[in-house]
Design a protein around this ligand. Sequence first.
Ligand SMILES: [Zn+2]
Length: 96
Amino acid sequence: MSEDVRKIGGKPAHVYTCQEVAATVEDFLDQECTTEVRAMLEEHVDACPECFERLGVERELRLLIKQSCSPKSTPRELREKVIAKLQMIHIEGCTP
Ligand SMILES: [Zn+2]
């Protein structure tokens, strides 16, 4: 009857909230989460532009840090820009 209950692999899927996505995004990017968690997170991100953008910014930030090896050599303006963007998303997006 309830067709709006989404299922993954026959089991009822827990749909992540924005807060849960925010808490899991680091593990996701580090690939330290389980396949189940990945699937749930990806499903939420597919449907939630705010979290999609957050994930993109997190990934971008990580790439920047990785590329520059040490925080000292990261262009300060660029770092601040990315961090400011992250904070903006945090404030604007994901209202309960
Ligand atoms: Zn979300």
